[in-house]
Design a protein around this ligand. Sequence first.
Ligand code: ZN
Length: 316
Amino acid sequence: MNKPMQWMAVGLMASAVMAMMTVSTCAGAAEKISVLILTGQNNHGWHTGTPIFEKVLEETGLFEVDVAQSPGPKADMSSYQPKFADYDVVVSDYNGDDWPEATQKAFEAYVKGGGGFVVVHAADNSFANWAEYNKMIGLGGWGGRNEKSGPYVYWEDGKIVRNTEKGRGGHHGAQTPYKVTNRVTDHPITKGLPIEWMHGRDELYALMRGPAENMTVLATAFSDKATNGSGREEPVLMTIDYGSGRVFHTVLGHVGANDTSDKELPAVQCEGFIVTLQRGTEWAATGKVTQKVPANFPTADKIVLRKPFNLPSLKK
Ligand code: ZN
């Protein structure tokens, strides 16, 4: 009598535990925001930057990150067809050859249909001739961009200016630490951040041009002529509504082509860069930000850098 009862009890307990595990695993997976990072070509160190972006997103516990690495420059791109629709948000660290038309159309449909998109640094140099991409990113630089790409957009006398004068799109001066000033303080991404905060040494993109439709400039930084800048207060964090999709665009985050993450990379070790990327990615995916602002967020006079990340690079 005793033995069969024990067996039954153990069996019941085991199935109860298994049922609980199954339920909690499913619930845990369902709660995470799925992220796809696009990478594989960039005039920057994508092989170093992408693992850093993956790490800082995953450390929040909110995101589950996959990476879609493209073929290299001048290679056949026809196989590059990431399954955008499987993800809540796509983060681009890509600046390279044009995608196949099917991939472009799939991406347009994905964002237009409500997908999230995060543009990091030189991802806004990409695809100067792809009209819908430029609507998504709001502003871009280089790649032959000029007055036909859209106005220059900058902050002057307390408001956003759209300047249609002729001229090239895309410039940066010498790398330098710089102060970021939040111009919209009640957006989920910027809410609770110091209004002014120091960013670690980085390129400051300037003279960007683009359609700039449905775009909100969350933060700007002064591009100083003393360091070969534009003399303008340039947009550095932006959001764009594209169809039903939400786009977060950060021009911060330079990683040099030959940089490795055992070295100091102040642009991406900056807690301000990291936290705004984490918050912007959550917002692009869900329209909300649940993350608390960390106590060590940089201030108006203090840069806060992490130690070198020391992550393995992606293979080219
Ligand atoms: Zn750069």
